[in-house]
Design a protein. Sequence first.
Length: 77
Amino acid sequence: MPISIGCLFNRFFAISLLFLLIQQLIVASSTYWISELARNVALGDAFFYNLVCFIASLFVVYIPAFFRKQLLMQIKP
């Protein structure tokens, strides 16, 4: 019995893909924040804002990961 590719692209897949995209954007932002933090420290500028944003991005990344995991657990048979 052939499996239709259309059954893979459903609402759960789209939502899971959205959470994955959000998670990857947060990871990419942490790279930006740490590079700005290094630049500010090297120049002797104020760096507290970049430090807070970097640390926040390390924790916030788990929020979409949690919801994605919950969604994947819902679609298991």
